[in-house]
Design a protein around this ligand. Structure first.
Ligand code: NAP
Length: 346
């Protein structure tokens, strides 16, 4: 029997925060230490999230009053630009960090500062931060003190492309990632475009001129292509549903190969990637509230075009589930601990 570790969540009132609480509250090797909120400081978690009644008895505490340095690991489920201000002090106290935001996802600081519109306050930690996509970085994550949890779109899209990129089988200058996300991807904020009357029964693209997940994907996929530049056309869309991401990826093959066998072999040992049978189309509901990414590779008849369909739950494999998977790897727990959850259907 393992000793439980003390884990804190900074940003416990957000959607990824409460998803972390759902997972951590039933994790066999975790004791929840602090859960922070500035706006709801002093309130019971269960008063803000009745789903946590009888499950979590903590009150929200202001992050500046929380004794984070006595946690073993801290999750930052906060907006961009927060974790970078805490990281140095916590790491120096021996606390491990998983940031669900983008502070440590991009190695090139000039690129990060351009896309995120602020100065990076922990540039010296960018080198050691590990990009937390276990399917490519498991060995590095095992030794990491600081993990940058990937973005939600980048998880669905990169898992869909990796077998082709890693095996140098496609034109890397001509990849189209057409992706759609449920509205919880935007977090718990009051904005007119996210009101039910605006977003329901409607469907639209956004961020065509450039989305922050683009440089994250291009940097990481280029590293996976031995430094050869990978160029994506990425068009995100907002879907009138709460959870889920569906990515449709269009690429051109540069040679003939067995597409299904490639994907099945590449992901054969991965606990959270499911390669679908030929000619199938996964739906977002098939992964809802689970940490699974389902991928269906397709070949267009008579051309070199390959179409990959990849679905995840943005709050799970796209955020909190993947963060717990990374914690399990960092702490030497079974990788699936606390994550063996069947999808919710209907
Ligand atoms: N939603 C998704 O599907 C998704 C997927 C992947 C990654 N992410 C990333 O994960 C992070 C959290 O996303 P979310 O959707 O959960 O956001 P959210 O719903 O907007 O919640 C943000 C949380 O951060 C806290 N917070 C805000 N400013 C803070 C500050 N200056 N210091 C400390 N805490 C602060 C908020 O509580 P108080 O203001 O009360 O302190 C709140 O609990 C974001 O960086 C997001 O990009 C989100």
């Amino acid at each position: 029997m393992k000793n439980k570790i003390k884990v804190s969540v900074v940003g416990g009132t957000g959607y990824t925060g409460v998803e972390l609480l759902r997972l951590l509250s039933q994790h066999p090797y975790v004791e929840i230490h602090h859960i922070t909120s500035r706006g709801d400081e002093g309130k019971l978690v269960a008063d803000i999230y009745p789903s946590m009644r009888g499950i979590i008895s903590n009150q929200f505490i202001n992050p500046d009053k929380a004794d984070l340095k006595n946690s073993d690991l801290v999750f930052f489920a906060t907006p961009n630009g927060i974790a970078m201000n805490y990281a140095k002090n916590l790491l120096s106290e021996g606390v491990k960090i998983i940031d669900l935001a983008a502070d440590f996802r991009i190695k090139d600081v000039a690129v990060w500062e351009k896309w995120y519109g602020m100065a990076h306050t922990s540039k010296d930690l960018l080198g050691e931060a590990v990009y937390g996509l276990p399917e490519i970085n498991r060995e590095k994550i095992k030794k990491a003190r600081l993990v940058a949890n990937p973005g939600c779109y980048p998880t669905a899209i990169q898992l869909g492309l990796l077998p082709l990129i890693k095996n140098n089988l496609i034109n890397k200058n001509n990849i189209i990632a057409d992706a759609k996300s449920g509205i919880s991807g935007a977090g718990k904020k009051l904005e007119p475009s996210f009101l039910m009357a605006e977003a329901s029964e409607s469907f639209k693209a956004y961020g065509i001129e450039g989305h922050r997940h683009l440089p994250e994907m291009e940097e990481n996929l280029s590293a996976c292509a031995n430094g050869e530049r990978v160029k994506l056309t990425f068009v995100p869309h907002l879907l009138p549903m709460v959870r889920g991401i569906h990515a449709t990826l269009y690429v051109d093959a540069t040679e003939e190969f067995d597409l299904s066998a490639l994907y099945e072999n590449f992901y054969s040992k991965e606990p959270f990637v499911d390669i679908m049978p030929e000619s199938t189309c996964p739906d977002t509901k098939s992964v809802r509230a689970s940490n699974i990414c389902r991928i269906a590779p397709h070949k267009e008849i008579g051309t070199s075009r390959i179409i990959i369909l990849s679905v995840i739950d943005n709050l799970m494999k796209g955020a909190a589930g993947q963060a717990v998977q990374n914690m399990n790897i960092m702490m030497g727990f079974e990788e699936v601990a606390g994550l063996v959850l069947g999808p919710i259907t209907p």
